[in-house]
Design a binder for this molecule. Sequence first.
Ligand code: NAD
Length: 453
Amino acid sequence: MTDKYTAFVNGGFGKSLAKKLGLPQPAKLRRFKAGQALVSGPVLVVGSGSDADAVATYLLDGAGSSESIDVRRQAVEPSGSKWAAIVVVLTQVTAPGDLSEPILALGSQLRSVASSGRVIFVTRPAAAGLSPAVAAARNGAIGAMRSLAKELRAGATANAISITDDSAATSPSALSALRFFLSSRSAFVDGQIVAVSSEAGQVPESWAAPLAGKVAVVTGAAQGIGAAIAETLARDGATVVAVDVPAAGESLSKVANRIKGTALQLDITVPDAGAQIIEHAVARHGGIDIVVHNAGITRDKLLANMDNAKWDSVIAVNIESQLRINEALLASEHFTNAPRIVSLTSTSGIAGNRGQTNYGASKAGVIAMVASTSPLLAERGGTANAVAPGFIETKMTAKIPFATREVARRLNSLQQGGQPVDVAETIAFLASPASGGISGVTVRVCGQNMVGA
Ligand code: NAD
């Protein structure tokens, strides 16, 4: 689906007209293409201490690939180029006063951040039991990051990685998150915090194919976000089982054929859906490592007009099927080798949305479900996480009446809707072996949507 306005204001006449009239000027976001370098310019690492040094050294060594990265430690404008990224390491702050030097150093460089540039805060969580001053400093860093994300322009984003105290700043998942945020794979993730809660996870042999040898199941894969997820996981090396209802069989086969996977026609609400999925994956591909619960429906009505069919069908597809399939996965001897579950929720499940009591209930349910499933999977080195898209350009959102759609897609810091691939890239990041220390969390892919939570 296209956003004609964004295309218009990125052209010569449209650009000057939008500027003159003070209209929103969404930038064309840089997105990942095969072979693209992790960053396309110098990277500044701000902050002092051993964690900042470790992060700078990792980047200087090429961040796990042969490409070299121009890393600087001095907050001095790079001559002739702009910062591709600024990484601010604040893991060792002990009082709010410690924030001023690094954050003001960052501020002094913001005019030199490239289009679609990145600001990444590396922090530690303000967990219970810390001294009040340490907790205030750590949470202060998050507050600054969220406000900064709203100030950045030209497709630049700000996000944070919050690493638990007993994990190194260069643990596999910290690096996985750092690479994700540095890269253009995180184009539509803005103002978010990814929590790294353990040192679990394995750095892949090749960051170009982190899912090599894995078998992934994607529900609702015949179109929209599900098709993009199937394609992205296949691009990253996975063999994909594409699942959708029999009525979508033709487009499902096309997706499966395109990515050299297999198609499974299945209504995920049938009681033995989990058994059917496991059986297909094991019989056709020898195992099952990743399950992405993407299939979902909306049946919007104000609650005063809601009927049983609309309420029950949304709950059945969006949450009950996921719970039932997860039970089968947890009981299976085949889902034991560092497995991954990633579920689709929605910003409507976080903030609510008029006309969506059924959808909001199902999607808020998903957020709690992954948090409670996470410890059950930890025993086998697995993780369960959710991704919450905001406004994504799909057939579903193309049906929204024009004026409502135009407002909805501009109400975020990037002033545009995301693409299905933006959701898919975030899922691929969470599904990767390196992300084993990220579990039980929900990552929003919403351009820092201004929803009130
Ligand atoms: P879509 O309607 O384009 O695709 C959903 C797919 O799920 C369809 O192919 C459909 O046939 C399949 N499906 C529905 N019921 C099924 C069932 N019982 N069994 C098997 N497959 C079934 O939707 P989309 O926009 O691509 O959304 C994908 C997911 O992302 C959903 O969970 C949705 O709630 C979520 N989401 C979308 C947006 C957005 O802006 N599009 C925003 C937030 C969340």
